[in-house]
Design a protein around this ligand. Structure first.
Ligand SMILES: [Zn+2]
Length: 139
């Protein structure tokens, strides 16, 4: 195996240079680098900077979180996830059901929408195409 000793801040480590080169090129399929090789490869790729860090993480087989922990100065912090605003609007059957689901009293527009949708359903056998009374406000 074409291995080399590399001096790092953690001491001497053994690196399989072929494995590292293959991983860097995106040819790591079904096998893994050692932990030392993974760290070493990540540092090389981040220093070269020719692919985004998410690609680095993918090629060496670690999560972006792990990569961030290893190289906090090279990997930007994760964006905090925003709670998604409700897409269910008042004045729709969905709005009516959401009121029911969350234990709140259906508002007038939702009740009207539900009544109309129910009527529509009995007439046509489907809720599709039932009238809605949306107001743009989330249920
Ligand atoms: Zn409502």
């Amino acid at each position: 195996m074409p291995t080399v000793w590399v001096a790092t801040s953690d001491g001497l480590i053994v690196i399989d240079t072929i494995a590292v080169a293959r991983a860097m090129a995106g040819n790591r399929h079904g096998w893994n680098l050692t932990r030392d090789e993974t760290h070493y490869t990540a540092r090389l790729m981040l220093e070269r900077g020719d692919v985004p860090y998410s690609t680095v993480a993918e090629r060496i087989g670690v999560s972006c979180d792990t990569l961030r922990k290893w190289f906090p100065s090279s990997v930007p912090p994760a964006r905090p996830t925003q709670p998604r605003p409700s897409k269910v609007l008042c004045g729709t059957v969905g709005g009516y059901r959401k009121h029911r689901r969350t234990g709140t009293n259906p508002c007038q527009r939702c009740k009207a929408a539900y009544t109309e949708a129910d009527r529509h359903y009995r007439r046509t056998g489907t809720y599709r195409g039932a009238p809605e009374y949306t107001t743009g406000t989330a249920a």
